[in-house]
Design a protein around this ligand. Structure first.
Ligand SMILES: [Zn+2]
Length: 202
């Protein structure tokens, strides 16, 4: 079950599993207090959130990641993302008031997409993390079987045709999972049930 948790500019998501929740993305640095308010309104405590996953390491998706790790949430990093986790550090350090903390990779749990189904199952979620480059090379999406996908900043499906082939390829990978809803980092969700594939040649 996916719930939107918006406490700033970015749409972040909580996936509730039977044995714990996963948070997908954070907002900018400096939003920790708003995050606390947001989860409280959802009736969640920090200890209910087992894992944090970042769809890609742009500053508006990972600003408080290390703050949350310090509070006991485990950061899952896909092996394909490892070279990108400090991509936004320089930018986020510029605003001193935000108290940005860079990610300590030694505390992160690095996994492959292949291993992700097993990890998600541990918290009672049936799904998978897949590599969906196009917006950035480190972009991943989170599939919840028979339900939905969280795609981060992958270009929305209605405007994807016309972008480069990598975007189309990533969407076709997503569509092969037959989920009904696509959740975005900055746009309202789309119903994608029934769309079999995208064709970039038209
Ligand atoms: Zn982005």
């Amino acid at each position: 079950m996916i719930n939107e948790l918006k406490y700033g500019n970015t749409r972040t998501y909580i996936i509730k599993g039977k044995k714990g929740s996963i948070l997908v993305d954070t907002d900018w640095a400096g939003t920790l207090q708003n995050f606390f308010k947001g989860i409280k309104e959802m009736g969640l405590r920090i200890s209910d959130i087992k894992y944090l996953l970042i769809t890609h390491y742009h500053p508006d998706h990972m600003g408080i990641a290390q703050d949350l790790v310090d509070l006991g949430i485990e950061l899952l990093v896909i092996d394909k993302q490892i070279d990108y986790i400090h991509f936004s550090d320089e930018y986020l350090f510029k605003n001193k008031n935000d108290n940005f903390k860079p990610i300590n990779e030694n505390l992160a749990k690095i996994i492959t997409c292949k291993e992700s189904r097993e990890i998600l199952r541990k918290v009672g979620i049936n799904g998978e993390i897949i590599h969906t480059p196009g917006h950035s090379d480190d972009s991943i999406s989170v599939v919840v079987d028979k339900e939905a996908v969280i795609v981060g900043d992958l270009y929305p499906i209605q405007i994807a045709v016309g972008y480069d082939d990598m975007v189309i390829k990533s969407w076709n990978k997503i569509l092969s999972y037959n989920v009904n809803i696509a959740y975005y980092g900055h746009a309202k969700e789309d119903f994608i049930g029934g769309i079999k594939s995208l064709d970039n040649t038209k």
